[in-house]
Design a protein around this ligand. Structure first.
Ligand code: GLA
Length: 387
């Protein structure tokens, strides 16, 4: 975890005040990719990679926000909040302040330090962890209380309507509601969730391809969403009662195949089959059937690659290498895609060798040094300690 005492000392020396410390984790998604935006099923776990926020109050209406990761400080007049992004890291904290204001939550000025160890642009939700770390700190400053799912929605609102990425609820929800030692089986329509224990005989090994993606400019993420929406418009002609792809099965989709462009069909096929895979994987996890869980992971990866067109050569290489390793049950690209990380389900006793082999194999194939994280599933956001 990012070292709290170091971040507290940094805040103290920059702003001359002790602060209250909060934390919000990144997440890894075990299975269920690009289904949250169709009100489907996902299975993320919060990580012990996280963003820390340290806040101390000011007497005026200025918010000074320092990011250690970017080595930069911004000042915002809380009475004149910007209403549009400027393609800058501060769009995320500013978006959260804007979103709080939309809900009628305001507060006096403050100094805020942000520091974290969630690698950015890697599919582990560094931006959601920043949003949630800001939200919990500022809610505390405002003396306001919101249930965790509401905090998640507020941060998603910031990302959708201020930053401009049409992302779903998964990342912010996992960052808010994570449960130590568990994955969350989340229904993104009702926000009902079940914490599924992750047994100790398996580990989640996360391999960073070091190929960065960016969601903040919308880009390919929003493009894929628009393609899915096009499919939904066509399907609605035949199934007028449907709201999202959550409401159609594979048979119904296949029956409309000839009515839509091929790439639109494939995007929809990914979402519809992925929803099924999440529920199958959940069943497998409940039964400690890691082979069948892993099989769904490989299928999910192939569908991300072939149907949703959101993988890349480097993450495909990581999955192919993983599949050859003893003790590896399953592997897949995780998060939005277009680069970033893979998640691997590995028998604990094989994990050391697995890491070694993946590192060496990936370097040999690509010339890139992968970063590999072995993280426990952690609790969601909250106060860390009070001074
Ligand atoms: C990003 C988004 C999420 C989700 C994933 C893909 O992480 O923020 O809402 O759509 O991509 O599953």
């Amino acid at each position: 975890m990012a070292d709290a005492s170091r971040v507290i000392a940094m805040h103290q020396s920059r702003f001359g005040a002790q602060g209250v410390v909060f934390q919000a984790p990144g997440r890894v998604n075990l299975i269920g990719e690009h289904t949250d935006t169709s009100e489907g099923h996902v299975m993320p776990a919060a990580l012990d990679l996280r963003t820390l926020s340290v806040l101390s109050p000011r007497t005026d209406s200025t918010a000074n926000i320092y990011s250690e990761n970017f080595g930069e400080q911004v000042s915002i007049d809380l009475q004149k909040l910007p209403s549009s992004p400027r393609q800058h890291w501060s769009d995320y904290p500013t978006g959260v302040l804007w979103s709080l204001r939309q809900r009628g939550i305001t507060c006096g000025g403050f100094d805020l330090t942000l520091a974290g160890n969630v690698p950015s642009g890697s599919g582990l939700s560094s931006s959601a962890s920043v949003e949630v770390a800001v939200a919990v700190a500022v809610l505390d400053r405002a003396g306001a209380q919101l249930a965790k799912p509401e905090i998640a929605k507020l941060c998603q609102f910031a990302e959708n309507n201020f930053v401009g990425a049409q992302s779903g609820i998964m990342d912010q929800f996992a960052s808010c509601c994570g449960v130590e030692g568990h994955a969350l089986l989340l229904d993104c329509r009702t926000l009902d969730y079940e914490a599924l224990p992750l047994p100790e005989q398996v580990l989640l090994v996360i391999c960073n391809s070091m190929v960065k993606h960016s969601l903040s400019d919308g880009g390919e993420y929003n493009e894929r969403r628009a393609e899915v929406e096009e499919g939904v418009r066509i399907l609605k002609r035949y199934y007028p009662e449907m709201q999202t792809l959550r409401d159609v099965n594979e048979e119904q989709l296949q029956a409309s195949k000839n009515e839509m462009p091929e790439h639109v069909f494939l995007r929809c096929l990914h979402v519809v089959t992925e929803n099924r895979r999440v529920l199958q994987a959940a069943e497998a996890l409940r039964e400690h059937d890691f082979s069948s869980f892993g099989k769904r992971m490989y299928e999910a990866h192939n569908s991300m690659r072939d149907n949703y067109a959101a993988s890349c050569a480097e993450t495909d290489t990581l999955v192919e290498l993983a599949a050859k390793q003893p003790g590896c049950y399953g592997a897949r690209i995780t998060g939005a895609g277009f680069g970033g990380c893979t998640v691997n389900l590995v028998a604990a006793e094989h994990s050391e060798k697995f890491v070694e082999n993946l590192r060496a194999g990936y370097f040999q194939a690509t010339g890139i040094h992968a970063e590999i994280y072995l993280s426990r599933a952690s609790d969601g956001a909250g106060p860390l300690l009070r001074n």
